[in-house]
Design a protein. Structure first.
Length: 344
C-alpha cells in the first residue's frame, strides 16, 4: 500500500499536517497515477536535532514515498518531479530564512529516485558577506616561489638554516581594517608603503583541522585585500610595527562566491599606482595553494565564519607615497582602491 513518511529536524517549527497534505495532494495529482485513498500515512518528528555540517541552526526535511510496484519509469519520474516541486514550494519560507536541506526518496522504484536541494553554502556565504568586519585576518608570508628565490642563500643562514617547512603567518588586527575608497593616512614616520595585493579567503563556517580535499567546502568566497606594510627586510621576527599600523588592511566590499571564481589558483592580479600598472602577478605562483594553506593553518588554528586568510602577496610589491592612489584588481574577484595621505 502507498505510504508517505516525513522526517525532519526538531529545530524546525513545521505544521506537519499541512506539509503532509501538500505532499499527498501532489502525489495524488489527477488521481490516475498515485491514488492514496485509504492509504496509511504518518509523520515522524525527530526531537534531537540532526546537525548536518556542524552548525546548530542547520535543519533538514526528508520525505519518503513508498509507492508499491506497477508504475513505469516515466510515471515514477513524473511523480517525483511533481511532489518535489510542491515540497520545495511549501518550504520556501523556511529556506529563505535559514539553512535548510530538503530531500525526497521514492522507494520501490528501480533504481530508487532521489531528489535533493539545500541552501547551506548560499546562506552561510550571505551571512559571512554581511559581517561588518572579520574577527581575524591571518596572512601568509613567503608563500610565493619568487619570494623564496629572491632570498637565495639567506634562507639557509641562522637562525632557521632552511626554507620554511610550514606557513609563515602574521596577523592584521582590527585597528588595520579599512574600507574600499577610504583615505589611508600614513603615519608621520612612514614615507611610503608596500602595497601587497592579496586574495582574501573568507570562511563560511568554523574550520578546525580541515583536510585539503574538503578545504574549499569551508569557503564562502573571496575578497580583494590590500596588505599595506612599511618596507622592511627582516623575516626573522614578526613585522608588527611594519604591518599593523592603523588602516593598513583595506578590505574589498564585494564577496565573490566560490562558484563564480572557480579555481583560486589561476587568478590574475594587477596593481596600479596613480593609474599606471606597477605589478602583474598570479595566484598560480603560490607555494601553498588555497586548499593546502587552509588545511595547514587549521591544523592548529580555528577560523570562524567571516574570518579572512590572506594567501600571500606577490613578491616585489610596488610602493606608494602620500598623495598617490593604488588600485588592485583580481580577476573574477573584484577591485579595491585607496588614496594615501600624509598624517595630519
Amino acid at each position: 500500500m502507498p505510504h508517505i513518511w516525513i522526517e525532519y529536524s526538531g529545530n524546525l517549527a513545521l505544521d506537519t499536517r499541512a506539509l503532509m497534505q501538500t505532499v499527498q495532494d501532489a502525489a495524488v495529482g489527477d488521481g490516475s497515477l498515485f491514488p492514496l485513498a485509504g492509504a496509511r500515512t504518518r509523520a515522524l518528528r525527530v526531537d534531537d536535532c540532526l546537525i548536518v555540517d556542524g552548525h546548530p541552526d542547520n535543519a533538514f526535511v526528508h520525505v519518503v514515498l513508498r509507492i508499491g510496484h506497477g508504475r513505469n519509469a516515466e510515471q515514477k519520474a513524473a511523480l517525483g518531479e511533481r511532489v518535489f516541486e510542491a515540497l520545495t514550494a511549501a518550504l520556501a519560507p523556511q529556506m529563505a530564512a535559514r539553512p535548510l536541506g530538503i530531500s525526497m526518496q521514492i522507494e520501490e522504484a528501480d533504481p530508487v529516485l532521489n531528489y535533493k536541494l539545500n541552501n547551506y553554502r548560499e546562506h552561510l556565504a550571505a551571512r559571512a558577506a554581511a559581517a561588518p568586519w572579520p574577527r581575524t585576518v591571518v596572512g601568509a608570508a613567503l608563500n610565493t616561489r619568487q619570494a623564496l628565490d629572491t632570498l637565495g642563500d639567506a634562507v639557509d643562514a641562522a637562525p632557521y638554516k632552511a626554507a620554511p617547512k610550514a606557513p609563515v603567518l602574521y596577523i592584521k588586527p582590527a585597528n588595520t581594517y579599512a574600507r574600499n575608497g577610504e583615505v589611508i593616512a600614513l603615519p608621520a614616520d612612514v614615507d611610503e608603503v608596500e602595497v601587497g595585493a592579496c586574495l582574501g579567503v573568507v570562511f563560511a563556517r568554523q574550520a578546525t583541522r580541515v583536510s585539503e580535499a574538503e578545504a574549499l567546502d569551508y569557503v564562502a568566497g573571496y575578497r580583494v585585500v590590500a596588505d599595506l606594510s612599511v618596507p622592511h627586510a627582516s623575516y626573522f621576527r614578526p613585522a608588527l610595527k611594519q604591518k599593523c599600523r592603523d588602516g593598513f588592511c583595506p578590505i574589498g566590499q564585494d564577496l565573490a562566491p566560490v562558484a563564480a571564481v572557480g579555481d583560486p589558483g589561476a587568478l590574475d592580479i594587477e596593481v596600479r599606482i596613480d593609474g599606471q600598472v606597477a605589478q602583474r602577478a598570479s595566484t598560480a605562483d603560490l607555494i601553498r595553494p588555497v586548499a593546502r594553506l587552509i588545511a595547514e593553518v587549521t591544523q592548529f588554528m580555528t577560523l570562524e565564519a567571516g574570518d579572512i586568510l590572506l594567501v600571500g602577496a606577490p613578491h616585489g610589491a610596488p610602493r606608494a607615497r602620500a598623495g598617490q592612489r593604488y588600485d588592485i584588481s583580481i580577476s573574477r574577484v573584484g577591485t579595491l582602491g585607496n588614496p594615501l595621505a600624509a598624517a595630519r
